[in-house]
Design a protein around this ligand. Structure first.
Ligand SMILES: [Zn+2]
Length: 254
């Protein structure tokens, strides 16, 4: 059994063949899907997905850093309201992204901190998106560390020192398609990190693993990521699947 801890299955990239795509994933052994939010414009699509696959799909709620725009206060109010209405498994994805736009750093930090507080209030994990912003994300985590702070550093692509620092804040490392890339770098040191700190993810429809790099990604490709991680650690694919699924249970309590 494999667990995709980060997959945007509600994306319109799957509108034409979502049922077939889900079946391919289930046939590949992927039966648990954790669904990160982006902003309020995707909420209906997420709730529809959950209705269609109630036993396999688990929703998060949050405001993605690239959706932190001038209306971010309204968006954060929307997130807060959703938590008052119903349950989610995590606050995510949240964090800092300086790849697309550096001018909104302060806004992104404020939104990140606000949502960490929300996670602490509901005793939930956070799922972090970090792009070109390790120092800034670590600065926020340093100020929020301690009891109540835990979660996943999604799509981890940093150095071994950054991996250790993320783990020191009670974060698991979300390992995805990048681990299969020739120049992905994390494959060089990953086996120095205990598998107890690793969860697997596809980030579908983005970041397809080799040999599908550049094409639409889907959760069935998690099997390729699992295979590569098993090679890196020199253990069986079943062991990696079991341990990373167990890690996901600990984080999400499901
Ligand atoms: Zn994502």
């Amino acid at each position: 059994m494999l667990t995709d801890t980060h997959t945007h299955l509600y994306s319109d990239a799957f509108d034409s063949d979502r049922d077939e795509m889900m079946q391919r994933a289930i046939d590949a052994g992927v039966t648990r899907f954790f669904i990160p939010a982006i902003d309020s414009t995707y909420a209906d699509a997420m709730y529809t997905l959950e209705k269609e696959y109630p036993s396999q799909v688990h929703l998060m709620m949050g405001l993605h850093p690239t959706s932190v725009k001038d209306n971010y206060k309204e968006e954060l109010a929307f997130v807060e309201q959703q938590f008052l209405k119903r349950k989610f498994v995590a606050v995510g994805e949240i964090g800092i992204d300086l790849y697309w736009d550096k001018s909104r750093l302060e806004m992104q930090k404020e939104a990140f901190k606000f949502q960490i507080q929300l996670a602490k209030k509901y005793k939930l994990p956070i799922v972090i998106h970090c792009r070109d912003a390790f120092d800034e994300v670590f600065e926020v985590l340093e100020s929020e560390k301690g009891e109540g702070l835990f979660g996943i550093f999604h799509c981890f692509t940093g150095t071994i020192d950054q991996a250790k620092q993320a783990i020191s804040y009670n974060m698991k490392l979300g390992i995805g398609g990048v681990v299969t890339f020739k120049n992905g770098k994390i494959d060089q040191f990953l086996n120095e990190i205990s598998l107890d700190h690793i969860v697997l993810e596809t980030d579908s429809p983005y970041l397809s693993p080799t040999p599908f790099r550049g094409k639409r990604n889907e959760s069935s490709c998690l099997a390729l990521i699992n295979k590569k991680v098993a090679e890196i650690y020199g253990i069986s694919e079943k062991e990696v699947a079991d341990i990373t699924t167990e890690n996901s249970r600990k984080i999400f309590s499901i």
